[in-house]
Structures are given as structure tokens and as C-alpha cells.
Design a protein around this ligand. Structure first.
Ligand code: CTP
Length: 479
């Protein structure tokens, strides 16, 4: 593989590289690697000597150098016998798709070499604050900021003292002082150093400064015959702690709950080719299904005909008519929570033709309508299988709150989400909704009016209300 000496490039190319690398907060050497990679992937125009941009625009978010990496870490390796474990730590981080850039203190180089660290991290290793190659574009600032987390492992007593007191006389301490990223440190030292009151003060100070600690563990020391607290945590423990800081677990307040949701319109056949329908798009019900799934619920979505993709991770039952919808809803019970967002057709054609209705001299065929089953009311009034929390919607064009209150009582559900579906609101088929949440409150009905939101936001808010209400008053498990 040919090596490249930046010094020997044309002045124009050098100027371009300097400006571009400074703009992207990378070293020139790294910038060249990024350009080469982009060229191979066909994303970069070939360079010309006069390609230097006239001005520098604000620095964009630094790009990850690995297509697979999802996060990046600056790993500061301090000088201690535990430094050898940091070689394994690099491997553990990389297998978690975390990109690692390493900094070695002077003392660390007594225990591990830059060559072995670089071979494992596949990155250049940084050792000097006054390295002309990386410092002409403030390399320590890049190492401090162009990452999602800084790990110090091993964190020696000396390095911790420097951190606690704000020293910046070498590359490691300058990075730690210049960063605004989270810091995770894995202390490693002799038990007497760990218990020394100076170290205790530094630990307390670093805790107040927001630094996260992993370890130290207790066990045998490298020094013969010594044991106690001071061993650096194992690489796997540090990698797990790093992962927790980088990818905090998403709260799943509805985990273990089974939720049934109806959505969309229903189609009521007139004959094999014609039907009665309404303007519902199904967007609100689908958004609730996705939000409940994201909150950890086991979601069943019974949907009328819509032009939407099934939400990921949700069991979707596609139906046509109100009667099909009721069948599928009943077959999905028991559930913990049922949300009826469908705009079910109130009537169906009693005498739906088996064949296509033809125009005849007798004129228009009369359509006799009969009422459809009210799915919400049927489920709300069930004796055995009634879900502990039943939520309906009220689509109104006038007297919104009064009609919604009456609907809550008439249908026997627990909550109603009322919305104005007058054509002027654009709710039917649109992406926004203005809703009012009606809940039963000690014999009365409380009304909580929400500001105009997207249907996704309404869904998230509704799921948050459900989670909050479950936290206050846990549901009886579904039978
Ligand atoms: N609903 C239902 N089955 C029906 C009609 C309505 O499950 N046959 C549900 C809707 O999914 C919604 C609630 O009942 O949760 C209210 O629906 P809405 O269309 O607002 O009211 P209707 O019951 O149809 O009454 P009206 O047309 O008189 O307003």
C-alpha cells in the first residue's frame, strides 16, 4: 500500500485539504482518507488543484469514518498495568459498532505501544499535545468534541487528580478539560491510593462534575501479596457501561400490555362493485398503534380499508365492513386496553345486491339502510371480557364537548378523545388534529383540551396519558 506525504502535494491541493479538514474538524491525514473513501464509493467529485473553496462555512456535524459505526468514543489510556485490558476494551467497543479513537498518555506508553493500539482501533493513535500534524487544526479540541463519549481506562490516581483540578498540561488532560461530552472513567490503582483521602476528595469532585464511574473492583493487585479495591473493571463491564451511556434504554411504559386499536373507515357494500364509505384516512389510529408499539405494548390493529403501510411490529387485521370489524375485535379479546379510533359506518345496505345493480327503466333502485353494530358500545358493555380501559373517539361537527360527553355516557367507555371533523378543520384525511380528552372523574367528566398537534403527536400524548394513568392506578390483568 503506497503511503502519502502531505508535504509533497501541490500548494493548491494542500490549501484545499487544510481548509476542508479544518472545516470538518479532522486532521489532514484523516480528511484524505475520507476523500479517498468517498471517491471509491462514488460520492466525491475528483479534486483539482484549484478546487480550494473561497470561504469557510460553519462546520457541519462531523462525519463518522466508518459506515457501520453508530457511535464514537475517544478512549484515553492512562499509565498503569491495567492498560493491557484497554486493548480488549477497544475490541469490545468495536464489536458493539462503536468507533474508537485512542489517546495514550506518556505513562501509558510504558505499558502498551501506540502500534498495538492503532492496529486494534484501525485509527491513528494520539500521544502529544504539541503534535504539529494534528494540532494545526486544534486536534485536542476535535478529540474532545468529535465523539459521543470519552472513556478514561485505566484512570490513574494522577489522571483523576488532574481532572478534578482542571489541569491541561498534556493531551489527555487537555481533552478532558475541553470536552462537553459525557465522561466515563474506570479507575485502576493500588487500594491504598484508592482509599487515600486525596483520591476520595477527587472522586467526590468528579462525581459532582457529572463524571460516571465504572469500578474499581476488588481483588488481587499486580503487586505481589496485595489485595483490595482498586482493580480496573473488566473490558466487558466498561463496554456495557459505555453502551448504556451511548444508547440509554428507551422507556417502555406499556411493556406487557395488550392493546387493541380500530382504525380507518369501513366499506359497506351496495353490490359487488359499489360501497358506502367515509373520508377517514386511518392516520390517527395507525399513529396510535405505532406509538403504543414503541411504548412496548403488544398491539393488535383492526383496520378498515386504508392507503397506509402496516406499522412495524404491530399485528394488523384488515377488514372491510363494520360487521367484519366487530368479529375481529371480539376475536382479539381479552386485551388490557381498547382504543376505538375507526370511523365505522353507522348504516349498511340491508338489501346489498349479489350482482351489480343495473340501470333499468324502473329508475333508481331504493337502498334500504339498517344500523350497524356499535362496536365501541358492544365492547364497553361486555360483562366478562370488557377491557379494563376502553377509549372511544367522538367525531363531531358541532357542540363538540356536549356531544362527546353524551357519547361517553351512552357508549359506556372510560375515556373519549373528541375532535372536530368539520371540513374546515381538515382533520379527516389531514395530518393534524385538535383534540379534547374527556375522562370520568368521580362522577363528573373532566375535559383536557390539547393544542393543535400532528396526529403522531396526538398519538404519543395519548399513549403518555395511558402510561401515566396506569402508573397511578394499575389495571386488573386482562382475563
Ligand atoms: N363506533 C363504533 N361502532 C360504530 C360507530 C361508532 O365502534 N358502529 C365508535 C367509533 O370508533 C368511535 C365512537 O364509536 O370511537 C364514536 O364514533 P362517532 O362516529 O363519533 O359517533 P357515532 O357513534 O357514529 O354517533 P354519531 O354518528 O351520532 O355522532
Amino acid at each position: 500500500m503506497a503511503s502519502l506525504t502531505i508535504r509533497k502535494l501541490d500548494e493548491g491541493v494542500k490549501t484545499y485539504l487544510r481548509l476542508r479538514s479544518a472545516q470538518n474538524r479532522r486532521s489532514v491525514e484523516e480528511e484524505v482518507r475520507v476523500i479517498l473513501r468517498e471517491l471509491i464509493e462514488g460520492r466525491e467529485e475528483p479534486l483539482t488543484g484549484s478546487a480550494a473553496p473561497a470561504t469557510l462555512s460553519p462546520a457541519p456535524t462531523p462525519q463518522r469514518t466508518s459506515a457501520l459505526a453508530e457511535a464514537s468514543v475517544t478512549l484515553i489510556i492512562g499509565g498503569g498495568i491495567a492498560a493491557f485490558k484497554s486493548l480488549d476494551l477497544i475490541r469490545r467497543l468495536k464489536e458493539r459498532r462503536i468507533e474508537v479513537r485512542c489517546v495514550l498518555t506518556q505513562a501509558a506508553q510504558q505499558f502498551v505501544t501506540p502500534l498495538s493500539v492503532s492496529a486494534l482501533s484501525h485509527e491513528r493513535v494520539y500521544t502529544d499535545l504539541f503534535d504539529p500534524q494534528s494540532e494545526f487544526d486544534a486536534g485536542h479540541i476535535r478529540l474532545a468534541r468529535d465523539c459521543d463519549l470519552i472513556i478514561v481506562a485505566p484512570a490513574t490516581a494522577d489522571l483523576m487528580a488532574k481532572m478534578a483540578n482542571g489541569h491541561a498540561d498534556d493531551l489527555a488532560s487537555a481533552i478532558l478539560l475541553a470536552t462537553n461530552r459525557k465522561i466515563l472513567i474506570a479507575p485502576a490503582m493500588n487500594p491504598l491510593m484508592w482509599s487515600n483521602s486525596a483520591t476520595r476528595r477527587n472522586v467526590a469532585q468528579l462525581g459532582r462534575d457529572g463524571v460516571t464511574f465504572i469500578g474499581p473492583n476488588s481483588g488481587e493487585m499486580a503487586e505481589a501479596g496485595e489485595a483490595g479495591v482498586g482493580r480496573m473493571s473488566e473490558a466487558i463491564e466498561i463496554a456495557t457501561a459505555a453502551e448504556r451511556l451511548l444508547r440509554p434504554p428507551v422507556p417502555r411504559p406499556l411493556a406487557g400490555k395488550r392493546i387493541l386499536i380500530t382504525a380507518g373507515p369501513t366499506h359497506e357494500p351496495i353490490d359487488p362493485v359499489r360501497y358506502i364509505a367515509n373520508r377517514s384516512s386511518g392516520k390517527q389510529g395507525f399513529a396510535i398503534a405505532a406509538a403504543a408499539q414503541a411504548a412496548g405494548a403488544d398491539v393488535i390493529l383492526v383496520s378498515g380499508p386504508v392507503d397506509l403501510d402496516d406499522p412495524a411490529g404491530v399485528a394488523v387485521k384488515h377488514v372491510e365492513s363494520a360487521r367484519n370489524m366487530l368479529e375481529q375485535v371480539e376475536a382479539s379479546l381479552p386485551v388490557d386496553i381498547a382504543i376505538f379510533a375507526a370511523a365505522v359506518a353507522d348504516w349498511r345496505v340491508a338489501n346489498a345486491g349479489e350482482q351489480k345493480l343495473k340501470k333499468t327503466s324502473a329508475g333508481m333502485p331504493p337502498l334500504q339502510l339498517v344500523e350497524n353494530p356499535d362496536i365501541l358500545a358492544t365492547i364497553s358493555k361486555m360483562k366478562d371480557k370488557r377491557p379494563p380501559l376502553v377509549i372511544g373517539f367522538a367525531a363531531e361537527t358541532e357542540h363538540l364537548i356536549d356531544n362527546a360527553k353524551a357519547k361517553l355516557k351512552r357508549k359506556g367507555c372510560d375515556w373519549i378523545v373528541a375532535n372536530d371533523v368539520s371540513p374546515a378543520t381538515g382533520v379527516m384525511g389531514g395530518d393534524r388534529n385538535t383534540v379534547h380528552l374527556l375522562t370520568r372523574n368521580e362522577g363528573d367528566i373532566a375535559v383536557d383540551s390539547w393544542p393543535v398537534m400532528t396526529k403522531d403527536q396526538v398519538a404519543t400524548e395519548l399513549v403518555a396519558h395511558i402510561a401515566k394513568s396506569l402508573a397511578n392506578k394499575p389495571l386488573e390483568p386482562a382475563k
